[in-house]
Design a protein around this ligand. Structure first.
Ligand code: GTP
Ligand code: MG
Length: 241
């Protein structure tokens, strides 16, 4: 199913424009991140966060075009907050909507990171939740084989006061080989929805096979268009002085 645009009168379908993501900067310093967030209070976009090695960079590459984010064999590789700009395309062509923001956040819960690094992560996430533009949606990635680990639960302690749009994506479903394994995850869904009341929707996906990614993309695009609508209706015309 393609997303039908609400912005125009004609039915049009917007999708993430392939390879439009442009790396803007990497930030690992909490003070610098604070400054960046405060300087960008109105951005519209999407952030990806999840346990180290869950496939954040791989999902980003699958959605935005290969080579957008660095994929590694070493867990904990993405230590910086990587900020990108990207565009939507309309029926595969360029469109005149504004640029959007995409953030690849450093992974949480990797046992081998030092105390200093995990303190740094806490500070970065503290700023993220305090100052992030309300137009940013959050995609929490979890491993389909090991859902809801302690580190995920810990992260949701940050997230539970988050009132913005957040979705949960279980990645690596290609690794669930048997029907039984898939059924276990499916069964977990109702209890997870209860536990994570702030999550709007859950998806099963694989960055490897691309399964389920169309639905995730659809959710992201819907969010971006919704935010544009909100901005349009919020705009107050001031009389000329
Ligand atoms: N089988 C399978 N492997 C995957 C999938 N997604 C990612 N991987 C593999 O998992 C490993 C980690 O992927 P990354 O995308 O670097 O994970 P990350 O979450 O960005 O990791 P950090 O940045 O280190 O926190 C790589 O070896 C990927 O090839 C998937 O859907 N299926
Ligand atoms: Mg990464």
């Amino acid at each position: 199913m393609r997303l039908i645009n609400k912005l125009g009168s004609k039915s049009m379908s917007y999708l993430i424009k392939p390879h439009s993501a442009e790396f803007k900067m990497g930030i690992s310093n909490p003070v610098q991140f604070d400054e960046w967030l405060k300087a960008n209070p109105d951005i519209i976009g999407v952030s990806f966060v999840g346990r180290s090695n869950v496939g954040k960079s791989s999902i980003i590459n699958a959605l935005f075009g290969s080579k957008t984010a660095r994929v590694s064999k070493t867990p904990g590789r993405t230590r910086e907050i990587n900020i990108f700009e990207f565009e939507l395309g309309l029926n595969g062509k360029k469109c005149d909507l504004q640029k959007f923001c995409m953030i690849d956040l450093p992974g949480y819960g990797h046992a081998e990171v030092s105390k200093d690094m995990s303190k740094n992560w806490d500070q970065l996430m503290g700023s993220f939740f305090a100052y992030l533009s309300p137009g940013m949606m959050l995609v929490n990635l979890q491993d389909a084989r090991h859902p809801n680990q302690d580190a995920d639960k810990g992260f949701h302690q940050f997230l539970k006061n988050y009132t913005r749009n957040a979705i949960l994506v279980f990645n690596k479903i290609d690794k669930l080989k048997t029907q039984k394994e898939r059924a276990v995850l499916e069964k977990l869904k109702p209890s997870l929805s209860k536990e994570y009341k702030w999550i709007r929707q859950m998806y099963f996906a694989s960055a490897e096979t691309k399964k389920g990614l169309a639905q995730v993309e659809e959710a992201i695009v819907a969010h971006l268009l919704e935010e544009l609508e909100i901005r349009k209706s919020d705009r107050v015309e001031l009389p000329d002085e």
